[in-house]
Design a protein around this ligand. Structure first.
Ligand code: S3P
Length: 429
């Protein structure tokens, strides 16, 4: 299977993007551990989130849906999960595997977690090492650094832990394990990362606090479920935002997009590059700020992206590199070595595939240097089974002079089911 993208004059009209992936995972997890029913609307029915739903069903949780965006989770309480009969499969999803490891570490039963070829190559030692410090027994390949991983959990010790890498997944795994500890768990982040777990834990009644760069959680007696309206995913909106900026006749309105400040680095960088984007905050949903975003075709200039900005736009770097091709001057992205351990080695795959489309792009050990040439030719590209690579290349193809063919595009369903239909609903031929 392949996806063919032909050049477009622009994107015009209004769209809603699918629900936020990070928040959809967390609502299933916390809803399962809560008491009472949790109902999530605008839940993201993508492959990654469905993997989380399947894992929690295997742990004995009754979950209805997703049905037209609604999921109903009948919470089992913190101590109500049951031992799974079979291996839990997280598919392609790092969030499922890492956060679930934190929860399983606190359960008095045995479980085994695995994933697809990409996930089995991704580093898990960053989670299993601190969980072992908390008292869990985790075994796996190369000293529990890679899945499959076997977990034998139980009562845990609260620890103080400084994260060696800025990772919301690791922070979240330890916060979830902290629910089962005998005292407070304190996690210090080198740089702030997305705080969806903290916001949802607060909404569900857990006691924690943030002081400077440290989040502390005290073991909760119980969590309480409720209703959560999942905001649209800014990481999905990012593809449409960049597509509108780099095609000449665009005026696009994206409705209901989550704009949690730990996620909006792309909007800050694009503003600095000269993008005509207006953000009108409209409401809060599920404890998260939500906005309508208007994007018009823009003349962009190159910039430097580094330091504490990186975790705030980590998943948007592939599509930011596409914007940089259409900017005047050079764009330098650095301090982004984490991209090498995502669904693919994104520094290598972005460089290879944008070069295949005609970009002037160089790879550095921790980043990319893109010389803005204002043009792409189109060509034949691979996705490497990485959803964000497939969509970034598709966005480049919209602004290219010729046709772009992307091999193996099914991975797009990992985060953005309906991506091509959404694009086609607003594209000007
Ligand atoms: C996520 C955190 C980030 C991000 C991923 C989703 C999350 O990963 O890249 O797509 O939901 O917590 P890291 O924590 O590994 O940086």
């Amino acid at each position: 299977m392949s996806l063919t993208i032909t050049p477009a004059r622009g994107l015009r009209g209004e769209v809603s993007v699918p629900g936020d992936k990070s928040i959809s995972h967390r609502v299933v997890m916390l809803g399962s551990l809560a008491e009472g029913e949790t109902v999530a609307t605008n839940f993201l029915p993508s492959e990654d989130c469905l993997a989380t739903v399947r894992c929690f069903r295997a742990l004995g949780v009754e979950i209805d849906g997703p049905d037209r965006g609604t999921v109903r989770i009948r919470g089992r309480g913190l101590y109500g999960l049951s031992e799974p009969q079979d291996v839990l499969d997280a598919g392609n999803s790092g969030t499922t595997m890492r956060l679930l490891l934190g929860i399983l570490a606190g359960q008095p039963f045995f479980s085994v977690l695995t994933g697809d070829g990409s996930l089995r190559r991704r580093p898990m030692g960053r989670v299993t090492a601190p969980l072992a410090e908390m008292g869990a027994t985790v075994m796996g390949r190369d000293g529990a650094k890679y899945a499959p991983l076997a977990v034998s959990g139980g009562r845990l010790r609260g620890i103080s832990y400084r994260l060696p890498v800025a990772s919301a997944q690791v922070k979240s795994a330890l916060l979830l394990a902290g629910l089962y500890a005998d005292g407070p768990t304190r996690i210090t982040e080198p740089v702030p990362t997305r705080d969806h777990t903290e916001r949802m834990l607060a909404a569900f009644g857990a006691a924690f606090e943030r002081k400077n760069g440290t989040v502390s959680i005290v073991p909760a007696p119980r969590l309480r479920g409720g209703e959560i309206a999942v905001p649209g995913d800014l990481s999905s909106a990012a593809f449409l935002i960049v597509a509108a900026l780099i095609t000449p006749e665009s005026d696009l309105l994206l409705r209901g997009v989550g704009v949690n400040p730990t996620r909006t680095g792309l909007l800050d960088v694009l503003a600095r590059m000269g993008a005509r984007i207006t953000v009108r905050e409209t409401r809060t949903a599920g404890g998260e700020p939500v906005a309508d975003i208007r994007v018009r075709s823009s003349t962009l200039r190159g910039t430097v992206v580094d330091g504490s900005l990186i975790p705030r736009l980590i998943d948007e770097i592939p599509v930011l590199a596409v914007a940089a091709v259409f900017a005047d001057g050079e764009t330098v992205i650095q301090d982004a070595a984490e991209l090498r351990v995502k669904e693919s080695d994104r520094l290598a795959t972005v460089r290879q595939e944008l070069a295949a489309l005609g970009a002037d792009i160089r790879e550095q050990p921790d980043g990319l240097v893109i010389r803005g040439t204002g043009r792409l030719t189109g060509g034949r590209c691979r996705s490497y089974g990485d959803h964000r690579i497939a969509m970034a290349v598709a966005v480049g193809g919209l602004a290219a002079s010729g046709k772009t063919v992307i091999d193996d595009p099914a991975c797009i369903n990992v985060s953005f089911p309906g991506f091509t239909d959404t694009l086609n609903s607003v594209r000007l031929e």
